[in-house]
Write a protein that binds this ligand. Structure first.
Ligand code: HEC
Length: 173
C-alpha cells in the first residue's frame, strides 16, 4: 500500500537525482571504514585491553585474506585452544604457553615454559604463514612437538582463527 505513492513519486522523478539516492553508493561507506575510528585514549585502552573499535582497525589493517576474516568464527574456533592456552597479556602458561604477543616472536621464546626439543630447535618467527601450517597439523609440520592438537582442517577456519589471534594478542601490523 505505502509503496504506491513512493513508486509514483520515483517514476515522476526518475530522471532526477532524488530517486537515485536510494541506490547504494559504492565507494563512500568503505572509504569511511578505511579511515578508521577515532583513537581511544591510551590509558583506557591499557586498562581494558583493545576496544572493539581498535580491534576493527587492526583487522582492517591485516594483509588479505585476514583483513576480511570472520572474527566471531575465529573466536568460536579458539575454543579448541583454550584448554591449553591463554592469550591475554600476562596470562598463565598452562599445558601450552601463553600466546600474548606471539606474532613476531621467535618460536619457543617464552622463558617460563618448558618446550619440546623439537620446538626449541625450530628457530622460526611466528607469523600468519607459520601459524597456518602449524594449526593445520602440528605433528606433521613439526614432528616431535608436544602440542597434542589434531589440527584444524578447514582453511577458512584457520584464517578466521589466526585473524582473531592477531587482533586479540596485541599484534602490531
Ligand atoms: C592439548 C593442549 C593444546 C591445545 C589444544 C593447543 N595447544 Fe598450542 N601448544 C601446546 C603445547 C604443549 C605447546 C608447546 C609445544 C612444544 O613445545 O613442542 C604449544 C605451542 C603452541 C604455539 C607455539 C608457541 C611458542 O611460544 O612458540 C602456538 C602458536 C600454539 N601452540 C597455538 C595453538 C592454537 C592456536 C591452538 C588452537 C587451535 C592450540 N595451540 C591448541 C598445547 C596445546
Amino acid at each position: 500500500m505505502r509503496l504506491g505513492p513512493i513508486l509514483a513519486a520515483c517514476a515522476l522523478a526518475a530522471l532526477t537525482t532524488a530517486c537515485n539516492k536510494s541506490e547504494p553508493a559504492p565507494a563512500a561507506p568503505a572509504a569511511e571504514d578505511a579511515a578508521g575510528p577515532a583513537p581511544v585514549p591510551a590509558a583506557a585502552a591499557a586498562a581494558a585491553g583493545p576496544s572493539d573499535e581498535e580491534k576493527k582497525a587492526v583487522l582492517a589493517s591485516l594483509p588479505a585474506p585476514y583483513n576480511t576474516a570472520d572474527l566471531e568464527n575465529g573466536e568460536a574456533r579458539f575454543a579448541l585452544c583454550q584448554s591449553c592456552h591463554t592469550i591475554t597479556q600476562g596470562g598463565a602458561n598452562m599445558t601450552g604457553p601463553n600466546l600474548h604477543g606471539v606474532f613476531g616472536r621467535k618460536s619457543a621464546s617464552n622463558a617460563e615454559f618448558k618446550y619440546s626439543d623439537a620446538l626449541k630447535a625450530a628457530n622460526w618467527t611466528w607469523d600468519a604463514d607459520h601459524l597456518n601450517q602449524w594449526l593445520e597439523k602440528p605433528q606433521t609440520f613439526l614432528p616431535g612437538t608436544k602440542m597434542a592438537f589434531a589440527g584444524l582442517k578447514d582453511a577458512k577456519d584457520r584464517t578466521d582463527l589466526i585473524a582473531f589471534l592477531m587482533v586479540e594478542t596485541g599484534h602490531k601490523p
